[in-house]
Design a protein around this ligand. Structure first.
Ligand SMILES: [Fe+2]
Ligand SMILES: [Fe+2]
Ligand SMILES: [Fe+2]
Ligand SMILES: [Fe+2]
Length: 391
């Protein structure tokens, strides 16, 4: 089975929207708008179709390093921190695709005059970084009702932040009405989808697993209490699936579902995730939303139908008392139940702001109680006891 990477990367743009939601309580479409503008500028530099596609991906992900750095910084402050460039570069270097590019994200805040986080001279800054830099500057100052001030501020940066050449290219784009419609909140997603860049090869589930493994580290890094949650869960899921003799494709899908099960948590504020005291009713309902967000991210992906179910059902319980849909035993397949049960076990074995981690015996006591309450499948719980008793 193969998966369309295009769609997977587009869902990465949802991830970045989620990060923005946390910072700003709003979706700004920052990454999407930067990506679209970057490709449009790129057209002027005679990039091949493949290069334009690669540029779009880098531009979509350009602030992905900001996820580890959320503590009450505004978007503008985040853009001023060197950390998001370094972390972002490390993250994209782990992608299995886009080989042959270096320092695109690392240098996306370097200036034409050689001043920037790393003081890199202009001729050493990759073209993609320069394009992303001006698209980013445009986006942060984007105010559709005040186009003239944007024109003036771009012109004032010629020779300092940007070259004359690249500013002229952007100014030319800004002259058409269509460009402004294309980048509006209403149309930006379809504008990006309609760029119809090169047809790309489909990726195998094993290749996709490499990408989702990286996403899982991003998800874990959001809060210090979940540093090892997803990675720990995926190890346990693998062990259990091997115990049940799942064949290769089945196993790969389970591992991907595990990697992505808490992706919706990126949309939840750290103020709530890391809160020491008891959560208010409203805060708890905000946390619950993460399972629904996970579904929304994965649902559009072709070939991810089962993965979407297994990942998004991880807070459902067999007696119908779970969330977000209150599904019950006959609506939950074995895989969903397996991930849900392991998720509880894994969470109990980790420190939380309100309690310290439990031993295997303590965690099993709670799981068995949930079996008595008809919330969990007894076979799965017994097998967890068997497989992890020495952990
Ligand atoms: Fe940035
Ligand atoms: Fe940015
Ligand atoms: Fe969760
Ligand atoms: Fe989880």
């Amino acid at each position: 089975m193969q998966v369309d990477l295009n769609r997977l990367l587009l869902s990465a743009s949802f991830i970045l929207d989620f990060i923005e939601m946390d910072i700003l309580n709003d979706i700004t479409n920052h990454g999407k708008r930067v990506a679209y503008i970057a490709v449009k500028i790129g057209e002027n530099y005679c990039l091949t179709s493949k290069e334009k596609y690669d540029l779009m991906v880098f531009a979509l992900l350009h602030d992905i390093g900001a996820v580890e750095n959320l503590e009450s910084l505004s978007k503008r402050e985040l853009e001023k921190s060197i950390g998001h460039c370094i972390i972002g570069e490390e993250i994209v270097q782990q992608f299995p695709f886009h080989k042959g590019y270096e320092n695109i994200i690392l240098y996306h805040h370097e200036n034409y005059n050689g001043q920037g986080f790393f003081d890199i001279p202009n001729d050493k800054i990759p073209l993609f970084s320069k394009i992303i830099s001006i698209a980013d500057y445009f986006e942060l100052n984007y105010e559709p009702s005040n186009k003239q001030s944007l024109v003036e501020s771009l012109m004032s940066e010629v020779g300092t932040k940007f070259s004359q050449d690249i500013v002229d290219t952007l100014l030319l784009l800004m002259k058409t009405e269509g460009f402004w419609y294309d980048i509006s909140n209403q149309f930006i997603l379809s504008s990006l989808q309609n760029l119809k860049l090169a047809k790309y090869k489909k990726y195998t589930l094993q290749e996709v697993k490499r990408v989702t493994g990286m996403f899982s580290k991003i998800i874990d890094s959001k809060s210090k209490f979940t540093r090892f949650h997803t990675t720990g869960l995926t190890i346990r899921v693998e062990k259990m699936c091997n115990h049940y003799d799942f064949e290769e494709t089945h196993l790969a899908k389970m591992l991907i579902a595990s990697d992505l099960h808490d992706i919706g948590k990126l949309a939840i504020s750290n103020k709530i995730l890391d809160k020491k005291g008891k959560l208010t009713k409203d805060e708890f309902s905000q946390i619950k939303a993460h399972a629904y967000y996970t579904r929304k991210v994965l649902e559009p992906l072709n070939g991810f139908e089962e993965i979407t179910e297994w990942a998004s059902n991880h807070h459902e319980r067999n007696d119908g008392s779970g969330y977000p849909f209150g599904l019950s035993k006959n609506e939950l397949d074995f895989e969903s139940q397996l991930i849900a049960t392991l998720d509880i076990y894994q969470a109990l074995r980790e420190d939380r702001p309100y309690r310290s981690k439990m031993t295997h015996t303590e965690a099993m006591y709670l799981l068995k109680q949930m079996v008595c309450d008809n919330k969990l499948n007894s076979k799965i719980v017994n097998d967890i006891d068997l497989l992890f008793e020495n952990d």
